[in-house]
Design a protein around this ligand. Structure first.
Ligand code: SAM
Length: 472
């Protein structure tokens, strides 16, 4: 029985409820009156249920789809302004005991180079990341209790936070590691992580079990209930995602929103972020063997519908996508993007030799961080290196209620501009700096409070003089 409050995976992601939702969406995909009423609700910025959002996703009326796209862009502007948060992944280890059939790290893959960063390697990698200008990382690791135990992850986090190279610092470490115990989530929380990210891969239990034939990840319920344990362990910023291409996208979409509704119903706080990865070519992996690949138009529609359904949730796009796709999705709701990513274990400090490749998937956007930052600014966005919220204790429901009241804008806009100023001063090319300085001047006018604007202006001067790490 479907029960969003239940802590049992098969009750909050109820298969029959998803099938009923898809049937309802199909029956109403050309029902203009219903679609209009759903869009009107969405326009009030209250979000949508999985059923309502599924109708929008199924909608076949071109003018309504256009309206959806415009609304997604407007909602994003209302909640995020023009800010885009920047981050980079850091792969710690690709040792893995699982058999995930879409992932090159799967246990049976004997020709990928297996690597694990030592603490000294981490210092080199993080120094290289700091020298690019990154302040926020997403840690990635395969699941391997012997090679990558929780102690290794915790030690690595400690190392990362301790590295202060020139003016650099990693100020927020998000973590994307396999589902674990409440106790381990508590230890991750105590280590000061930002968001705990775990992709569901697919919400379809039967497919999930086939796609994860061996290893601890085979257990659908344990994986699907991971966010519940994370919340019980005191982590209140969690990030959801599915790997699009594995199962029917409309099924995944409904499941993803039901998961978000479950977190809201059971813990009073929805997901902090939602990621939208699509399956990519990789060592030993041909994405074409998966039948459910989605084209760029469908991908855009999914992104817009998620944006409309959960207006307060950040949305992340990685370098799995190329510049053109990223540009399109930025208009439809994406609020965080990675830049200059390496998906190999090591590779920031120096390139991997050809015969020792360890990467997880092919990257489709190979630009430098400087190029990505300038591109964003030329599109009218403010690249933000801000990490203030969680460092000020604005996480979970505190973050969400500030977001919902609109108060957060008074912090986010100046914080984005101050961290951009740091980036421009310390790391940008002369051309990027020039574009950025003009942008900061123009965007300071959009800081609503006179008092905050005044303080931010003073701080911008101080940053130019060498002071760092201001935040509201
Ligand atoms: N081992 C952890 C887990 O079980 O969730 C860490 C995650 S892994 C390093 C990060 C994500 O990469 C996976 O959750 C999966 O969705 C994605 N991934 C795996 N293979 C991929 C591929 N071939 N193309 C695109 N993304 C892939």
């Amino acid at each position: 029985m479907y029960n969003p409050k239940s802590q049992k995976a098969t009750e909050f992601i109820d298969h029959q409820e998803i099938l009923d939702t898809l049937a309802y969406a199909d029956a109403n995909k050309a029902n203009a009156a219903l679609i209009d009423s759903i869009l009107e609700k969405a326009e009030r910025r209250k979000g949508l249920s999985h059923r309502e959002a599924s109708v929008l996703l199924a909608c076949e009326l071109p003018d309504r789809t256009e309206r959806m796209y415009r609304l997604a862009e407007q909602i994003k502007k209302d909640f995020y302004g023009s800010r885009i948060v920047m981050f980079a992944p850091l792969y710690l280890s690709n040792y893995c005991v699982n058999g995930c059939v879409y992932c090159p790290y799967h246990h049976q893959n004997k020709h990928i180079a297996r690597k694990k960063l030592t603490q000294e390697d981490i210092v080199r990698e993080v120094t290289a990341l700091q020298d690019m200008g990154h302040k926020r990382l997403a840690l990635e690791a395969g699941e391997d209790p012997v090679n990558n135990p929780i102690e290794y992850i915790l030690e690595s986090i400690k190392t990362i936070y301790s590295i202060k190279h020139k003016n650099g610092a990693i100020r927020r470490v998000n973590v994307n590691i396999a589902a674990t115990t409440v106790e381990n989530y508590r230890r991750l929380r105590d280590a000061g992580i930002g968001t705990y990210i775990l992709f569901q891969e697919t919400y379809h239990k039967e497919s999930y079990e086939k796609l994860h034939p061996t290893g601890p990840k085979h257990n659908y319920d344990y994986h699907t209930e991971a966010m519940d344990r994370a919340m019980q362990g005191g982590i209140d910023d969690v990030g959801l995602g599915v790997l699009f291409g594995l199962e029917l996208y409309r099924y995944e979409f409904a499941g993803l929103l039901m998961h978000a509704e479950h977190l809201e119903a059971a813990y009073g706080v929805g997901p902090h972020t939602i990621s939208v990865p699509r399956i990519k070519r990789a060592d030993d992996i041909d994405p074409n063997v998966f039948d459910n690949g989605i084209d760029d138009d469908t991908f855009a529609k999914i992104t817009a519908c998620i944006r409309i359904a959960v207006p307060y949730t950040g949305m992340i796009i990685s370098t799995r996508e190329n510049k053109k796709v990223r540009e399109r999705l930025l208009h439809l709701g994406i609020s965080q993007i990675s830049g200059a990513s390496r998906t190999s274990v090591g590779g920031y400090a120096e390139d991997e030799p050809e015969d020792e490749k360890s990467e997880q998937f092919d990257v489709s956007d190979n630009r430098t961080l400087d190029e990505v930052v300038r591109w964003l600014m030329e599109l009218g966005y403010i690249p933000s290196f801000c990490t203030a919220c969680y460092r000020e204790g604005r996480t979970g429901d505190r973050f969400m209620s500030l977001c919902k009241s609109g108060q957060i804008q008074n912090c986010c806009q100046p914080n984005a501009l101050m961290t951009l100023k740091e980036y421009l001063t310390d790391y940008a090319s002369p051309k990027t700096r020039e574009v950025g300085e003009r942008l900061i001047e123009a965007e300071m006018k959009n800081v609503a409070s006179d008092k905050v604007r005044f303080i931010a202006a003073e701080r911008l001067v101080k940053i130019a003089q060498g002071e760092r790490d201001f935040r509201f």
